[in-house]
Design a protein around this ligand. Structure first.
Ligand SMILES: Cc1cc2nc3c(=O)[nH]c(=O)nc-3n(C[C@H](O)[C@H](O)[C@H](O)COP(=O)(O)OP(=O)(O)OC[C@H]3O[C@@H](n4cnc5c(N)ncnc54)[C@H](O)[C@@H]3O)c2cc1C
Length: 496
């Protein structure tokens, strides 16, 4: 079939995954015409800038803009909704998928599942934690060296830095955790790699903006079109040839033709776009998984308080990495002495610590995001509903998280509250819904290069492609896998 394209590549969604495709293709083929369509609006500051780097007023304005149906609503001052009975409140800048899901027998749902809609996606709000996937978290059908090279590249794109040394409060916390949590089969306790860097005395968080770099200058054919919803991908005779776009300001609908279409609309909305396009492989939306998460506040003992003498060397977020021997990832920090609390010394309680434990979900085909044929959401896209339940193994993991929360807290202080499982969806890491597979066996949606099975020239990206059960934060892996796929697309475009 002959396609007369308006663009070489259409990218749906402007988060870290879409940005990685755009940057990689733009760097390799600077003459390529790349259109990135983003349903949400532009935000204050440079395009894709992390909101932590903005002034307080601009940050607040950006958060209000990315709240989708709640855009502009100051929820902190809105009256509490008595029908939402879990303690996890929606985070600034995000909006709930459905906080009051209708649950079938035995289901727990993901009532705190949330999304962001704005230029940069969640990658302007995120915390930047970038641990590497380890052991069974890694994609088993990618060669180890190749995956490592992709992760190296992802760390460079995201500007990842490991904060922490054996000095100061963070160093003392790391040593205390190592005494308890290192052992046979367990990796060394270290510090969380974070997508942030020092700019003189300023700490700058990175994300989508850092990935895109100066793409408009280096690849003049790149265009980011905000407030542009992709309603469906156009597929003709098994080939993606473009998409239907809706201008959210005017309601005008147009069709753009493209040689390649890449859908990076987050872990829940990427399968939504495929569903709306009539692309419905059997695994679409299935194997949905979100980390089991327990986060508890701690009153820190004297040994982990103060010590400004260590300066920035004393900042850090202690990481107990995932391993198959303990498929759980842990973290401990003094907020004031972490990169997140940088600049708040003297202003926030320096006895306040946090212990976090993430468990890997026991993957099940029946855990799924499903879409309605008749009902629509705020954007006019097929309405989502989530089927989600805990297996016996999940219940064991939850008890393990509870035990680890108690133990880690008593090593450094006293729990300020009883550890509780965060409401489902609170980790914001929705994986598996467009998972990659080595073969088209009905258990995956795309191939190892993220091309959708059975539809040529249609690619996906985002946390949904991750096929394994993980406890580590996924964005680094997502960027690595998008970079691999984009490298292949760039090579094909370059050969034209
Ligand atoms: C507060 C917070 C803390 C976090 N901390 C971490 C962390 O420490 N480590 C970590 O790994 N991850 C973290 N995350 C998660 C991380 O931000 C996501 O993994 C990452 O942003 C996913 O990238 P993405 O490009 O796949 O999707 P997103 O960043 O969600 O971007 C998707 C974009 O697609 C757009 N879109 C959706 N549908 C359409 C459509 N039909 N047409 C056009 N556009 C569409 C959306 O509007 C959105 O802007 C955190 C997130 C938040 C909010």
């Amino acid at each position: 079939m002959t396609v007369t394209p308006d663009v070489d590549v259409l990218i749906v969604g402007s988060g870290p995954a879409g940005a990685t495709y755009a940057r990689t293709i733009g760097d390799a083929v600077p003459g390529a015409r790349i259109l990135m369509a983003e349903a949400g609006p532009r935000l204050p500051g440079r395009r894709g800038e992390h909101t932590h780097n903005l002034s307080r007023a601009d940050r607040r304005a950006a958060e209000l803009l990315t709240q989708g149906p709640d855009a502009g609503i100051e929820r902190a001052t809105a009256p509490a909704d008595p029908s939402v009975d879990f303690r996890q409140v929606v985070l600034p800048g995000l909006f709930f998928v459905d906080p009051r899901p209708v649950l079938a027998d035995g289901e727990v749902g993901l009532p705190a599942a949330s999304m962001a809609s704005g230029v940069g996606g969640m990658g302007v709000h995120w915390a930047g934690g970038c641990p590497r996937p380890r052991q069974s978290e890694r994609v088993p059908f990618l060669a180890a060296g190749e995956l490592d090279a992709a992760l190296d590249h992802a760390e460079a794109l995201l500007g990842v830095t490991v904060f922490g040394s054996d000095q100061g409060v963070a160093g003392a916390l790391r040593k205390r955790m190592a005494e308890e949590f290192e052992g046979p089969g367990l990796p060394p306790v270290g510090f969380m790699p974070i997508a942030a860097r020092w700019d003189g005395a300023e700490l700058r968080f990175s994300g989508t903006g850092a990935i895109l770099g100066d793409l408009e200058e280096t690849a003049p054919g790149f265009e980011l079109r905000a407030e542009t919803l992709v309603r469906r991908v156009v597929v003709e005779d098994g080939v993606a040839t473009g998409a239907e776009l809706e201008d959210r300001r005017t309601g005008e609908v147009s069709v753009v033709r493209a040689r390649r279409v890449v859908v990076c609309a987050d872990g829940l909305r990427t399968p939504q776009v495929l569903f709306a396009s009539g692309v419905r492989p059997p695994a679409l939306g299935r194997y949905l998984n979100d980390h089991l998460q327990m986060v508890s506040f701690v009153r820190l003992d004297d040994a982990f308080v103060g010590d400004e003498a260590a300066g920035i060397e004393g900042l850090g977020y202690v990481l107990m990495p995932f391993s198959d021997a303990r498929p759980i990832q842990g973290g401990v920090m003094s907020i004031a002495n972490s990169p997140y609390g940088f600049g708040t010394r003297g202003r926030i309680d320096d006895r306040l610590g946090v212990v976090t434990w993430y468990g890997a979900k026991d993957l099940q085909r029946g855990d799924a995001v499903e879409f309605s044929e008749t009902e629509t959401d705020h954007y006019g896209m097929p309405r989502m509903s989530i089927r989600y339940s805990h297996t016996a193994r999940d219940l064991e993991t939850i008890e393990a998280l509870r035990g680890l929360s108690h133990r880690s807290a008593e090593l450094v202080g006293a729990l300020a509250e009883e550890p509780a499982l965060a409401a489902g969806g609170a980790s914001l890491h929705y994986q598996g819904t467009v998972r990659m597979g080595a073969t088209d066996d009905g258990r995956s949606v795309c191939d190892p290069d993220l091309e959708v099975w059975g539809v040529r020239n249609l690619y996906v990206g985002g946390n949904g492609v991750i096929p394994t059960a993980t406890a580590s934060n996924p964005t680094l892996t997502t960027v690595a896998l998008a970079w691999r796929a984009a490298t292949r697309i760039a090579a094909e475009l370059g050969r034209r």
